[in-house]
Design a protein around this ligand. Sequence first.
Ligand SMILES: [Zn+2]
Length: 124
Amino acid sequence: MESTLGKDNTNQFEREYFTKYPKQNNVDSIRDHKYTLSESSNSWICTCGFPNIVFSSVCGRCGISKEWFFQTVNVDILIQRLKEHQESERIRLENIRFQEDERKRIVQENAENDRIRLEEDAIK
Ligand SMILES: [Zn+2]
């Protein structure tokens, strides 16, 4: 089954999924996610590919919530959440850059102060 979400939304779905179900991160069987919503009158197919009877609210194999799954595999929601993710990533990287610049500035300032001190000592 091919993903119907596209690459960015698939990545975003994975972020959502592993945030909500961190323990699933190491479970190989559900690594190959199925992203196609599939519900018939008597079953629904989980992201792990497991077919569940329609009235079961959690997947019999991986335990994810049917309600959560059907809400999350929603392109509009994923696009919105992807934007939020990109914005927080942008801020995070900006902070890292700022800290790195600040660190360099302090190192340079200390080196300059040391140089001045050495010069002053030499004059004495
Ligand atoms: Zn499942």
